[in-house]
Design a protein around this ligand. Structure first.
Ligand SMILES: *[C@@H]1O[C@H](CO)[C@@H](O)[C@H](O)[C@H]1NC(C)=O
Ligand SMILES: *[C@@H]1O[C@H](CO)[C@@H](O)[C@H](O)[C@H]1NC(C)=O
Ligand SMILES: *[C@@H]1O[C@H](CO)[C@@H](O)[C@H](O)[C@H]1NC(C)=O
Ligand SMILES: *[C@@H]1O[C@H](CO)[C@@H](O)[C@H](O)[C@H]1NC(C)=O
Ligand SMILES: *[C@@H]1O[C@H](CO)[C@@H](O)[C@H](O)[C@H]1NC(C)=O
Ligand SMILES: *[C@@H]1O[C@H](CO)[C@@H](O)[C@H](O)[C@H]1NC(C)=O
Ligand SMILES: [Zn+2]
Length: 423
């Protein structure tokens, strides 16, 4: 039987109906895990991912025998399952009403000030006021930085933390989070790291704060983040319009092997690479900012979620970095440190093999184009099981996530130092 039977049914356009000022609802939308066991089945899934306007692929389709999660609207379920059945592709229902799961997420956005900022997910406005307050509470030690502007003209705001302690020209560490809008745990963790660098009394964290200058951008995609709060929890991309679809994947838009592998040319796809490298103003301006720091920054870090991976270059080729032995060593000690507090297991490796080919990412750009020799990407909690929790972790896991990552950063920075990259 034809591999493509029924596929046309799924590909018919059914854009999400949206009334102004309301959130997109996902009532009775289902989430399936699917798994292609050979090349032909993989090609079929890939075709669906590339061309369907109604299916939302939460993971890229790149590897045989690797599970990907797909959101299916209720009126497409029978067609979708028909295609899978006819083609003998394994699937598993992991969520039968996405709306219920997403409401749990919305209920965990802080609506008023709490004594513990990390007991809930915060709005962009909250984070930005907080960053500004740090600059006035720690004059000279904390400076506001701007990685550029977003399409909707928001600032890509961050802080530089460089403590005045008599040390001249300290090596720089760059930390960027939130480039994918729906990965809320990433900005939450980045802001926790900022707070720890300023207030922690732990000796090792003090050492991190005193020895380096930190450039931290918690929201590399502010428009997308706001959009996940106001309109569509599942949003990942930027918000620049492309015909009837919106946004490019800002972690496929950097000027490094742009759109060669693991990205899409379809503006409706979750991994749309944009119309050209740097077509997204967020990426264009942030990469220019990173360029301006290339003689200072020795370690580049990017926070994403989820799956509990620690990743290093390359994403655009299976070729390993020439300093892969060093990467492995840093990777090993970091994983060990992350597991120490709560037994949390991370895995990973080079992006291309550990997860999937992905060209045009920020860590590849940092590594290949700026001469920053150490560049890592963290995919934070959860481990990848859907657990009925929507896109996000329950808010009571923000702190444990951030604590274990801070443990990991202490170990990572120390190992990068031992290997001489800060000299
Ligand atoms: C994928 O899994 C199938 C079924 O278990 C197996 O026959 C096949 O060899 C696997 N292929 C790869 C590339 O791992
Ligand atoms: C995907 O299929 C392969 C081969 O059948 C199997 O080994 C693997 O466990 C499956 N993965 C998941 C998450 O179901
Ligand atoms: C800036 O940091 C230095 C070194 O930690 C500290 O001695 C100083 O008091 C700080 N200044 C402010 C205004 O916090
Ligand atoms: C991308 O980088 C190349 C050099 O590697 C440069 O020639 C080109 O102009 C850049 N493209 C953009 C859009 O910045
Ligand atoms: C990292 O750990 C793995 C697994 O324990 C080991 O095989 C490898 O040799 C280690 N690599 C380095 C460079 O320490
Ligand atoms: C993922 O985490 C959940 C909750 O902590 C746990 O129940 C599950 O066994 C984990 N799955 C894997 C594959 O580690
Ligand atoms: Zn991401």
């Amino acid at each position: 039987m034809s591999l493509n039977i029924g596929l046309f049914l799924i590909l018919c356009l059914t854009a999400l109906a949206l009334t102004n000022g309301e959130r997109v609802r996902f009532d009775n939308y289902r989430v399936y895990e699917v798994n292609a066991s050979n090349r032909e089945k993989l090609a079929l899934l890939k075709q669906m991912e590339d061309t369907s306007d109604s299916l939302l692929f939460l993971d890229g389709v790149h590897k045989i025998n690797r599970t990907v999660k797909v959101v299916v609207p209720p009126h497409k379920v029978s067609d979708f399952l028909l295609v899978l059945d006819v083609n003998d592709i394994d699937y598993n229902l992991v969520e039968k009403d996405l709306q219920t799961a997403l409401e749990k997420d919305y209920n965990q956005i802080a609506t008023r000030a709490t004594t513990d900022q990390w007991s809930a997910y915060q709005t962009l406005d909250f984070h930005y006021s907080w960053l500004r307050s740090l600059a006035s509470s720690y004059p000279g030690n904390v400076t506001l930085i701007e990685g550029g502007k977003s399409y909707e003209k928001r600032s890509i705001l961050g802080v530089k933390i460089s403590l005045h302690n008599g040390k001249k020209q300290k090596p720089g560490i760059f930390l960027e989070a939130g480039i994918h809008a729906r990965e809320w745990i990433a900005p939450a963790t980045a802001t926790y790291v900022i707070d720890a660098l300023l207030t922690s009394t732990d000796e090792q964290v003090r050492e991190l704060a005193e020895t380096y200058e930190w450039y931290i951008i918690p929201h590399a995609n502010p428009d997308g983040y706001v959009y996940t709060h106001t309109t569509n929890r599942m949003w990942r991309k930027t918000r620049q319009p492309y015909g009837s679809c919106y946004g490019a994947d800002p972690n496929r838009n950097w000027n490094v092997s742009w759109n060669t592998v693991g990205a899409s040319s379809n503006p409706c796809s979750e991994t749309f690479a944009g119309s050209a490298a740097n077509s997204e103003i967020e990426v264009k301006s942030l990469s220019r900012y990173v360029d301006s720091l290339k003689s200072v920054v020795k370690l580049y870090i990017s926070f994403h979620s989820f799956s509990q991976y620690l990743l290093y270059p390359n994403g655009d080729t299976p070729e390993l970095p020439d300093n892969v032995k060093d990467y492995e060593q840093v990777y090993n000690v970091t994983l060990k440190a992350i597991s120490k507090r709560y037994d949390t297991v991370y895995t990973g490796g080079n992006i291309y093999d550990a997860i999937y080919p992905a060209a045009g990412s920020s860590v590849d750009y940092a590594y290949s184009k700026t001469g920053i020799r150490m560049a890592f990407c963290f995919e934070l909690r959860p481990n990848g099981s859907f657990n009925g929790n929507g896109m996000e972790l329950p808010a009571d896991q923000i702190r444990p996530t951030a604590e274990e990552i801070l443990d990991g950063l202490v170990a990572m920075v120390n190992e990068v130092k031992v290997l001489g990259y800060f000299d």
